[in-house]
Each structure stands twice: as C-alpha cells, then as structure tokens.
Design a protein around this ligand. Structure first.
Ligand code: ATP
Ligand code: MG
Length: 578
C-alpha cells in the first residue's frame, strides 16, 4: 500500500477526552474516529489491525470445532420476552420499534437468537454437541462509555455458544474454548491471566475471565503466586483473616461490654483514634436495602469493605444498596454512624462476614446517638442470623487455596467464558430426546471475546512516548518503507523496488512515498508503530546500503540493497518465532 493513496491521517494533538494511552494513540495514529460517545468509525489503518485479530480468532475458534454463522444484529423482542431478559436487562439494552410499532432489540449478546435457531434444528442427543460462533457488532448502552474501543457502546465481539446433552460434554467444550482463548491471546503477544469470575446478569454456574494486565484496566483481580489461584475481586475468596486482639484487653478477657460516649464521632477512623485502637478492632454495622425492601443488617470487620456482588449472592437479591438515613434510624434507633449488632429489634436479619466471627472484645455502635459499645464479643453478646462471605479481598490477604498471599492487579477483561447450564434452554424450550426418548433441556456454554477491546489492550501494553509498538501478529503492516529524499530519482526507484519486492514476497508493506520532510516521516513512523522500518536515503544508497530498524528498540542496521527483501523477510521470520 502506498501512503499517498492510503487514507491515513495522523495528528499531533492529544484529544482532550482521551484518558488512556491506547485511546490517545488510536486517535492520533488515524485508526479510529468518534461519531458519538462510545460509537466509532474504524478507519483503514485501525481496521487492518482488527482484521488481523479476527483472522487469528477465526483460526483458533474454527480449530476448536465451532462453526461460524452470522446472526441478525436486530432481534425481535419476543425472544427476549421468552428468556425473561426483556424485563431484566435494564438500560444497557437498546430497544427499538419498527414502523408497525413492533419491539426489537439491537443485540448486546445473542443467547436468545442462537437458542431459537438450535431448538428448531436439533432434536436428538445424536445431534449434540453443537458449537456456533459469530464475529459481529453489538450494542450496549453503557452508562459510561470511555477509553475509546475499550468500553464502547457499539463494539465488535466474537461470541460463541455451545449446546450439550450432558455435563461432561459441556466441560470438554468449555476447556476447548479456554485453551483456544489462551492461544489467541498468546498469538497477540499479550501478557494476560485467567481468573475466576462472577457470572453477573448473563447467569450460569461457572465462569472465567481473561485479563490483560494494565494499570489503566477497569477490573481488579487477585492472584496467588503460590498456587496460581486467580479471581476477579468481584468474586474473589480469601483464607480466614487472623483475629485482631481485643479492644478491651486491659480489662481482662471476660470483661463485659459497656457503653462509652463518642460525641459527634460517627466514622470508624474517628472512633478508633479517639479510643486509641485500630479500625480492625471494631465491627462495622451497615444497613442494606434491596429490591425486596426489607432492610438487612450486615457486619464486617472495621477496617474492611463489603463486596456488594458477593453480598447480593449471599442475600439472594439483585441490587443491595446502603439504606437511607431514615431507614437506618428506624432499624437502629440511632442516627447514621452509631449502629451496632447488640439490642436490635426482634426479627431483623443480621448477616455477619466471616471476618467478624473470631473477634473478641470489639467496639461497635450502641444503637444510640453519640455512643459506642466497647467489649462486644460475637456469640456471647449477639448471634447473627447467619455468617457469610461478603468480604472484598485485598492485597496481602491469605490465599483461600494454599498458604500463600494474594496480590492485587488491575486488568482489562478481554474475554469471558461461561457455563450457562439450562437457564436459556429451559426458559425457551430448547430440548433434546435422550437414548430412551426422554426430553431434557440442553446444557449451554457461551464464550465472548472483545475484538476492539483486545486490540486496544494490545496497544495499552505495547507503546512508548513516541507511539504504538505493534506486536507483529496484530500489526496493520509488517514493514514500513520510507523514501527519505522523494525528490531524488535513484532513491525513489530503489525504495519502489524494495516495496514491490516485499509485496511480491507476500509481505504487508506500507510505502511512505509522500513528498514530506524526513522529520515528519520519522515521527509518523514512530507514532503508527509498524514493527520493521526500512529507510532508503541518498547517502546509504551511494554505498549500496539501506537502513533497517525494529520499532521495538529502534536500533539501526545498514544492510546491502542487494538481497534486502530476503534479509527483511528473515528479520520478520525471526520476530515471529522469537
Ligand atoms: P464488562 O464487565 O467489561 O462490561 P461484560 O462482562 O459485560 O464486560 P461480556 O458480556 O462477557 O462482558 O462480553 C464479552 C466480551 O465483550 C468482554 O470480555 C469484552 O472483551 C467485550 N466487551 C463487553 N462490553 C464491551 C464494551 N462496552 N466495549 C468493548 N468491548 C466490550
Ligand atoms: Mg458489561
């Protein structure tokens, strides 16, 4: 491709709303342009990278035994009513009406459509398993679209769906997809980790996320270097926390609880510092409400945070939220900041995190304004309705699987695989007949991989102050040929010859044949980040040489003009196998 003919416009300005490096670089290097919040055009240079990734994805998902299809982006509401998600999905779902006033959705995911296809075609266990995938545009009306392709509203996803007669078959497909994802992210040269994940709104029993490690990632994951346990903090477990010493230890181990005045001190740090104790020696008492409306009291060690996703699972509700001041007053009889587990009204449900269980002589609110209670011991002074794991894991916590310690990382979720079980097949009547002629709902799995987000993540991990450093497998072009003195006929002819030679050898080369100054060309070369740069200039040519360098280290070598194409191919091959 000749730059003079290629639509590639770079800019120096860093766009004001581009907060992360990959977003800035994708805009500056002419890969994408914004049409509206979270809605982008993929310009030719960016599209080439997306196409590189989709080719790798196709190769690996095909190899995993899945058949590609394309489902409609716009699906009738009836299918979503059948699954129950027309009601449940919330505002991310883009609902549209046709001219007859019929409801449709612009698909944010395709479980409904694919289940409808399979229930009509597949009747017998002999026709199972089935594995289907597509690479297609999705729409989710994200509350906060940002970071360019990382969290768009319109975005491209590879989504696969599998259907099975039994658990063993689902397990096998799940493992196969897991391994295919590993091969894809390895082929892209990404530093990633696989973690256990919460199943969220899609539902199902088991799920894993593929996380590209990056400080700008929106997700947080824990990992144990000892045993390899990894999980999204949304779902991460921990080993038991060691119990802190009693806050009233100076009064002897069995000292009774007593009230102390804490005028105007309504936060854990304030009370701890006033009493000369650590926050970990206090029990935090929080009042939650949910869509079910009966408030619930939740207890956790004073220095720790509640994981509201784990709390939702523990309570069996969807949207737990902290109660308003009036509700707190009604349940505890005290203003916010003075709630405690002792002396609550009969019938109030109290859920305590495991971190509270071993505590002795702790400090809690006294359910009375400006008062706390010192020397409270669970089991002796109060008994929660139940203990549950509602702790937000933190760095340094004990690993739940071994003697190790958890580390915390930020990550970008590029892929997510789920065992769905029979959630959709049951709701939508997607059944098969077993060998005895008995009907069962099919077991399902679903497997998503964000195409644009993965390319953005690759840039997030591979760049420097001058621009993108493409990993070769995703690079829009493999080689950039620069004619340094475009006025010089010999230079242009030599560059042309190398460019043609590369094209004939099947190398994807971009030829910077523009009539610009060398400085501009070099800056652009660094910005767009083509892995291999070939510079043809007057000086080198006089000695029969051209200059080559890798974007990665920018070390320049002179090579003979004769046989340059072979040499460059060799360099590319060495990069691929390195
Ligand atoms: P997130 O928690 O980041 O919103 P999700 O759990 O909603 O992701 P899935 O429904 O599992 O995502 O979608 C599968 C894949 O699609 C994700 O792993 C991600 O790579 C991609 N993806 C999801 N939402 C977006 C988005 N708004 N923009 C770009 N890619 C996305
Ligand atoms: Mg989402």
């Amino acid at each position: 491709m000749r730059w003079s003919q290629f639509y590639l416009h770079t800019t120096r300005e860093v766009p004001a709303d581009a907060e992360v490096t990959s977003h800035q670089l994708m805009l500056r290097s002419g890969m994408i342009r914004k049409a509206a919040a979270g809605i982008y055009s993929y310009l030719p240079y960016g599209l080439r990278a997306l196409n590189k990734l989709t080719a790798i994805v196709r190769r690996e998902i095909d190899a995993a035994g899945s058949s590609e299809l394309t489902m409609p982006a716009v699906a009738p509401a009836e299918l979503w009513e059948e699954s129950g998600r027309w009601e449940q999905y919330g505002k991310e779902l883009l609902r549209i009406q046709d001219r007859h006033g019929r409801d449709f959705v612009f698909g944010p995911t395709h479980e409904e459509v694919v289940t409808d296809i399979v229930r009509n075609d597949v009747r017998s266990y002999r026709q199972l398993p089935v594995s289907l995938y597509q690479i297609q545009t999705k729409f989710r009306d994200e509350i906060r679209p940002r970071f360019g392709l990382m969290r768009g509203r319109e975005f491209i996803m590879k989504d696969a769906y599998t259907f099975h007669a039994d658990e063993a078959s689902l397990d096998e497909a799940y493992r196969g997809m897991h391994d295919a994802y590993c091969r894809i992210f390895e082929a892209c040269g990404l530093d990633y980790t696989v973690v256990e994940a919460d199943t969220g709104a899609i539902g199902g029993s088991s799920s894993h996320e593929f996380m590209v490690l990056a400080d700008t990632g929106e997700d947080e994951v824990v990992r144990c270097a000892g045993c390899g346990y990894g999980a999204n903090t949304e779902k991460a477990e921990t080993g038991s926390l060691p119990a802190p010493p009693a806050a009233n230890a100076d009064q002897g181990p069995d000292a009774e609880a007593q009230d102390v005045a804490t005028p105007g001190l309504a936060t854990i740090p304030e009370v701890a510092s006033f009493l000369g104790i650590e926050p970990s020696q206090m029990i935090k008492t929080l009042i939650y409400t949910s869509e079910e409306e009966t408030p619930i009291v939740v207890l956790i060690r004073g220095d720790r945070t509640i994981n509201e996703i784990k709390l939702a699972h523990a309570l069996g509700v969807r949207f737990p939220v902290l109660a308003d001041d009036a509700t707190v007053k009604r349940i505890t009889g005290a203003p916010v900041g003075f709630a405690g587990p002792v002396g609550l009204a009969e019938g109030v449900r109290v859920i305590a995190d495991h971190s509270v269980k071993g505590m002795v002589g702790a400090v809690t609110g006294a359910n009375q304004g400006d008062t706390h209670r010192v020397g409270v011991t669970p089991g002796r002074d109060f008994e929660p309705t139940a203990y549950a794991d509602v702790l937000l894991a933190a760095a340094g916590d004990p690993c739940p699987r071994c003697e190790g310690t958890l580390e915390l990382f930020r990550g970008i979720e590029v892929g997510h695989i789920f065992k769905l079980g029979t959630k959709y097949s049951e709701a939508m009547g997607c059944t098969f007949l077993d060998a005895e002629g008995k009907s069962h709902p099919m077991l399902m799995g679903c497997y998503g991989l964000g195409i644009g987000r993965t390319v953005a993540a690759a840039i997030e991990q591979n760049n420097d102050e001058s621009g993108v450093i493409w990993p070769l497998p995703l690079a829009p072009f493999e080689v950039l040929v620069i004619a340094l003195n475009p006025q010089d006929e010999a230079v242009v002819a030599a560059a042309e010859e190398i460019y043609q030679g590369l094209a004939e050898a099947g190398v994807e080369a971009l030829f910077d044949d523009r009539k610009g100054r060398p400085g501009v060309k070099f800056n652009d070369a660094d910005l767009i980040g083509v892995p291999l740069r070939v510079v043809v200039g007057k000086k080198g040519l006089a000695e029969g040489n051209i200059e080559v360098s890798r974007r990665q280290d920018r070390e320049k070598h002179m090579i003979a003009q004769q046989g340059a194409v072979e040499h460059i191919r060799g360099m590319l091959e060495a990069t691929t196998t390195a």
